[in-house]
Design a protein around this ligand. Structure first.
Ligand SMILES: [Zn+2]
Ligand SMILES: [Zn+2]
Length: 223
């Protein structure tokens, strides 16, 4: 892992999205994070860009891997007091399961699939465990329903509220190699300190684009 190189390539590849900042200052914070959590794959790792495969829940290796994801996620939350979700590829497992902290507990979603998306949207800045203190402003459907298996293999459906839907969509994107920086609006990336909870607002796609242009969102930053 070479954070300098990664950060430079982020700056290079996301010029239209990144708000100018003192990169060295932020790089030092990021370096500390990497040192504290060596099990996590960070921006620049190929693992974060691969499409993950469905798993067989009864497989003993899968059970071990799920346990490992849970442990690392809980350890991260304990040390930092933050972190709403962690996907298997973020710890080098190219498998379709994620851990999310919702409803006051860690939930494991195995082979998850979005079955419904609302037309209503929200806008929010998101942090990602794999991206240090780089935050991305992303527009997403306000509500989603997800079918998944729990750790015992039971088929379940979760109808997420607004906050749950956001974190689950972020984590599920990881399973397809998609990061929030990919879908951020223009001027939507910035380095932050000490912000653990971002504000989430309802968003109307016919309104002026939040990137600062004069166009409507639909004609500007919509992906
Ligand atoms: Zn993430
Ligand atoms: Zn825009």
């Amino acid at each position: 892992m070479v954070p300098e190189k990664n950060l430079k390539s982020v700056v290079e590849n996301n010029k239209s999205k990144l708000v100018p900042a003192d990169l060295n200052k932020f790089l030092n914070v990021w370096k500390k994070t990497i040192k504290n959590f060596p099990d996590i794959s960070y921006l620049g790792s190929d693992d974060l860009r691969k499409k993950c495969k469905n798993v067989v829940i009864t497989d003993s290796k899968t059970q071990k891997d799920i346990k490992k994801l849970k442990e690392i996620f809980l350890g991260y939350r304990e040390k930092t007091g933050s972190g709403r979700g962690l996907a298997a590829p973020q710890i080098g497992m190219l498998k379709r399961f994620v851990a999310v902290f919702v409803r006051d507990k860690v939930m494991i979603l195995v082979n998850p699939r979005i079955t419904k998306r609302s037309n209503e949207l929200t806008i929010a800045e998101e942090l990602c465990v794999s991206m240090g203190n780089l935050a991305a402003t992303v527009v997403r459907p306000k509500f989603v329903s997800i079918s998944y298996q729990d750790e015992t293999g039971k088929e379940l459906i979760i109808d997420g509220n607004d906050k749950e839907s956001r974190v689950i969509q972020h984590e599920l994107d990881h399973l397809d190699g998609i990061l929030n920086i990919d879908i951020a609006i223009k001027n939507g990336l910035r380095f932050v300190y000490d912000i653990k909870q971002f504000e989430m607002k309802d968003f109307e796609p016919n309104s002026k684009c939040p990137c600062g242009s004069d166009k409507k969102y639909k004609e500007c930053c919509e992906k």
